[in-house]
Design a protein around this ligand. Structure first.
Ligand code: 5GP
Ligand code: MG
Ligand code: MG
Length: 203
């Protein structure tokens, strides 16, 4: 969509080329995913937010799960966990760093985990994260990713719950960043070449 039709903060106006998914559409999709997740839950869920990009999706998803329960939908108790993962500098795939200590992972034993991630690109981050988590014998592990990118570099990994499949472009907003910027943008947008320069890491 054209940027002209949406409310965009002034500081990002020239840094974006289009709105890919407007905020309202994201919210509708997240509500639907919340319903599905609750319907399919077999017991209490440990909802694990993959920071930082997953935090907005996580917050809205947890909110909709709570609303679904209070509106008489299926009921499931939640506990909340936070995992920090860093894998990108500029927009190039690099090494994957996980912040989980073994002590923190031990409490996952016998639990039903729901990993909440912003986007699956090559799938490398999620495959590594899942391998690490499974060593701690959770009862089950499911993954909800707001986005999955259609890319020839995919390792074939597909999450249990997906919000939207998107084209192979670098997207920002709704907590997805470019060098830590654009997390403060409601819509999911495609960054422009000018935006990549304006918000590049200066060495
Ligand atoms: P993967 O390991 O699947 O290649 O990359 C996963 C991580 O890379 C995501 O969780 C996200 O942090 C980052 N990433 C991949 N593609 C994009 C993108 O288009 N925009 C942003 N902001 N981050 C991305
Ligand atoms: Mg992520
Ligand atoms: Mg990032």
């Amino acid at each position: 969509y054209s940027l002209d039709h949406f409310v965009i903060p002034d500081h990002y106006e020239t840094a974006l080329s289009s709105v890919l998914i407007p905020h309202g559409v994201i919210m509708d999709r997240v509500e639907k995913l919340a319903k599905l997740i609750v319907q399919e839950a077999t017991g209490p869920l440990v909802v694990c937010c993959v920071l930082k990009g997953g935090h907005q999706f996580f917050a809205d998803l947890v909110n909709y799960i709570k609303k679904n329960v209070t509106r008489g939908g299926n009921s499931v108790p939640l506990s909340l966990e936070f995992i920090k993962v860093k894998s990108y500098n500029n927009d190039v795939s690099g090494d994957v760093k996980l912040s989980l200590t073994d002590d923190e992972c031990k409490e996952f034993e016998g639990k039903n985990l729901l990993i909440v991630e912003d986007i699956i690109d090559t799938g490398k981050t999620m495959v590594q994260l899942l391998a690490k988590l499974k060593k701690f014998s959770p009862e089950s592990v499911k993954v909800a990713s707001l986005l999955i990118k259609k890319t020839p570099l995919s390792n074939g990994y597909i999450p249990d719950y997906v919000g939207f499949a998107i084209p192979n472009a670098f997207v920002v907003g709704y907590a997805l960043d470019y060098n830590e910027y654009f997390r403060d943008l409601d819509h999911i947008c495609v960054i422009s070449e000018h935006g990549k320069e304006k918000y590049a890491v200066k060495n």
